[in-house]
Design a protein around this ligand. Structure first.
Ligand code: XIL
Length: 371
């Protein structure tokens, strides 16, 4: 008798655990796209078991929020520091999570030495090429066979579709992009290679990127996907703008990834969605209205915007390979400090106490219903 009670309790526990495990974004999006999250170093160093468990249970993919950027990995020329990046990869392996490296060539969080020559002026094309090659080679080879893909070049275009006048561009012209992709491919012929940018919903920017993608493809240079970062505000972009770009990119023969999705609930001057790190503004209390919480009406609107966008991603799951939210909980989102320092934003799926927001269940239900 006792034994049979024990058995039924055990099987009930197994049933509940299984049901809970299935009621996750990871399970609901299976076969549609990878459901990813950007994680910070405190979420893979063992100091935060609750957050680590959420990441492992709820998501199928991870990307490092900062620790694989050149400014972290090669602060001084030739001195590589892989401590955090190694931990990130070990965490992903332990939990069977698909990993993306972020990012190899980017004008931000770039150590100064990278593009400066011995005379203190811009490095010569040869010097920059050699540095790019060494950096890409060393980093990509280290994680060969462990990551699924790399954001090879990040944010190389302006919103109007022209090339950003970064140091890379000033030294090498548009050729820095194919070179970066080539170096990455040589370092690991099996790894997927991505271009990643913000404001990809803007037609002019998307068209500029598509032109570049076509040039790469015409030269036989590998590019697998374009990442649309997906940093959004309440008033911008529209679902239609996002959809037009997703469709155009798909038609250009690349997969699409929503790589850095977050919807800020705070006011933003002119609804600007730029994610360029230098585009920051001074603090004003009027721009920080929710220090004591978000009123129900505003929360409902944010929720609807999240589910409208997520429905769009599900509709285009045939071209979208991965949807990644840029952070886990509201307490640590970068949007508390961008584009204004010290605000209180609420863009994440988990609140400041790491409690799941209602939107998660709604997203799960939408994903389960989607064909
Ligand atoms: C952000 C991180 O979230 C912050 O922690 C860091 O201080 C600055 O960079 N586009 C990108 C990301 O590609 O790497 C940026 O991440 C946000 C904009």
């Amino acid at each position: 008798m006792k034994k049979s009670i024990l058995l039924s309790v055990l099987s009930l526990a197994v049933f509940v655990t299984d049901t809970l495990a299935q009621n996750t974004l990871k399970e609901a999006t299976k076969g549609k796209f990878l459901m990813g999250v950007a994680i910070n170093t405190r979420q893979h160093d063992g100091s935060n078991p609750v957050e680590e468990a959420i990441i492992a249970n709820q998501f199928s993919a991870i990307v490092p929020e900062n620790c694989m950027k050149s400014g972290e990995i090669q602060v001084e020329e030739g001195k590589f520091n892989f401590e955090d990046a190694d931990r990130f990869v070990a965490f992903g392996e332990k939990n069977n999570l698909t990993m993306t490296g972020h990012c190899l060539v980017w004008h931000s969080q770039l150590p100064r030495w990278f593009t400066v020559g011995p005379d203190g002026k811009l490095a010569s094309p040869e010097l920059l090429k050699a540095r790019m090659k060494t950096h890409i080679n060393t980093v990509v080879k280290r994680y060969k066979g462990k990551l699924k893909g790399w954001d090879v070049v990040n944010e190389a275009f302006e919103d109007n579709g022209t090339y950003r006048n970064s140091a890379f561009y000033r030294i090498l012209g548009e050729e820095f992009i194919p070179l970066a992709f080539q170096y990455a491919h040589e370092a690991d012929p099996n790894i997927e290679l991505y271009y990643n940018d913000y404001n990809m919903y803007k037609a002019s920017k998307c068209d500029g990127v598509i032109e570049m993608v076509k040039k790469l493809k015409a030269r036989g240079i590998r590019i697998d996907a374009v990442g649309m970062q997906g940093h959004m505000v309440m008033g911008s972009p529209t679902v239609e703008e996002m959809e037009a770009s997703i469709v155009k990119l798909g038609a250009a023969g690349v997969k699409v990834m929503i790589t850095e999705w977050d919807i800020s609930i705070l006011p933003r001057e002119n609804n600007r969605t730029s994610a360029n790190l230098s585009d920051n503004m001074g603090y004003a209390q009027s721009m920080d209205p929710y220090r004591n919480g978000v009123p129900a009406e505003a929360m409902t609107q944010w929720n609807k915007r999240m589910t409208d966008m997520f429905s769009l991603f599900l509709k285009h799951a045939d071209v979208i390979d991965r949807v990644t939210v840029w952070g886990l909980g509201d307490a640590t989102t970068w949007l508390n400090n961008f584009p204004v320092r010290g605000r209180m934003d609420y863009p994440m799926l988990y609140d400041r106490q790491m409690k799941p927001k209602a939107v998660i269940q709604q997203m799960i239900d939408l994903a389960k219903k989607a064909k």
